[in-house]
Design a protein around this ligand. Structure first.
Ligand SMILES: O=C(O)CCC(=O)C(=O)O
Ligand SMILES: [Fe+2]
Length: 342
């Protein structure tokens, strides 16, 4: 299977002309009543509406205590306060771009975002022991846990587990919103290969241009569903609206930002777009920002093919793919000698 055959460009995923505009801002949905056992119909209807338009929303009433996020931010601050020589040792020992501590820099070399990322399986042995078939062992790179940072591992794993609970609840709501049985996705979420990344955006130097300065370039998320918590002095996350204008997502520490990733978009044959987003720097030179993003994926061997009800006369827009193959394609692109390929 070639990359070209399986990857549609952004235009195919975000057909602005055929989708209604969002009615301003990023919708906020209260999950509380649903999680407490109330009739899911109102929230399902709202999710169906939002996911088939801009496909970014915020949820409140998710039941995660603020302390779960605070503990991660606190430990992450301690991680970034380590001496540079120690931090330099905390990249992925396997050369995996999404494990350990990494820093994206501006062309001038100043840090734009520090990123500490882990998978919910520590390594291949842990994944296989948990029941992942052994032929997928090479999917798993090792997590990096600097033992000198007290509380990092415990807080990150707790937060990942709690955000996974919210992700699972959303997948049930997604199934309902797509007209599928509520448990449709559950068998595919028994050994999910989800990641958590803590993004830290330091203050940026003064600049002359009035153009927005990007600290995280425009992209779509490659997974199934992203659940993100944000905090900071300014709202920097921006989502590309259906008229191509950038909409800023306000910071609400009580809310989680939810967006659809490329795999969900493939599953729905583009009914639900994987929306482009980016992070812009603050207008001043002192404000900082951080986020905790969890990228939810199903089991590594889940075959993701456009679901039959969403395949129209033009046929499926995508060939089937598994997270295993999907990640291998991303890694091949990442490791390609031509940087324009990334
Ligand atoms: O920091 C943010 O708000 C967004 C980060 C992001 O888009 C990502 O990690 O994929
Ligand atoms: Fe993202």
């Amino acid at each position: 299977m070639t990359l070209a055959a399986t990857t549609a460009g952004p235009a195919a995923r975000n057909d602005a002309a055929t989708r209604p505009r969002p009615d301003g801002g990023i919708p906020v949905i209260d999950l509380g009543p649903f999680l407490a056992g109330a009739d899911p119909t109102p929230v399902v209807e709202r999710i169906a509406q939002v996911c088939s338009s801009v496909s970014f929303l915020q949820v409140v009433g998710h039941g995660i205590a603020p302390e779960a996020f605070d503990a991660v931010y606190r430990a992450n601050d301690a991680l970034l306060a380590l001496p540079d020589a120690e931090k330099a040792q905390l990249g992925s020992p396997d050369g995996h771009p999404w494990r350990g501590l990494s820093t994206m820099r501006s062309p001038e070399g100043s840090p734009l975002v520090h990123r500490f990322q882990v998978c919910n399986y520590e390594d291949a042995a842990t994944a296989l022991a948990a029941g992942v078939p052994s032929r997928y062992g090479d999917y798993f790179a090792r997590n990096v846990w600097p033992e000198q940072v007290e509380g990092l591992r415990a807080s990150v794993l707790r937060c990942l587990a709690e955000m996974k609970r919210v992700g699972d609840a959303l997948m049930e709501l997604f199934a309902r919103a797509l007209g599928l049985p509520p448990e449709h996705f559950a068998p595919m979420l028994t050994h999910p290969v989800s990641d958590l990344a803590v993004n830290t955006y330091p203050a940026q130097p003064a600049r002359d241009s009035t153009e927005p300065s990007l600290t995280f370039r425009e992209h779509t998320d490659s997974g199934m569903l992203t659940v993100l918590h944000q905090r900071g002095d300014y709202a920097g996350l921006q989502v590309q609206g259906l008229d191509d204008a950038w909409v800023t997502v306000p910071i609400d520490p009580a809310a989680l930002v939810i967006n659809i990733g490329d795999l969900m978009s493939r599953w729905t044959n583009d009914r639900w777009p994987s929306t482009r987003h980016r992070v812009v720097a603050a207008a001043d030179t002192t404000s900082t920002r951080a986020s905790i993003a969890t990228f939810h994926l199903p089991n590594v061997d889940t075959v993701i093919a456009p679901l039959e009800p969403f395949v129209g006369p033009d046929g499926p827009h995508y060939e089937p793919v598994t997270p295993y193959v999907w990640e291998a394609m991303f890694l091949a692109r990442y490791r390609a000698p031509d940087p324009d390929n990334r």
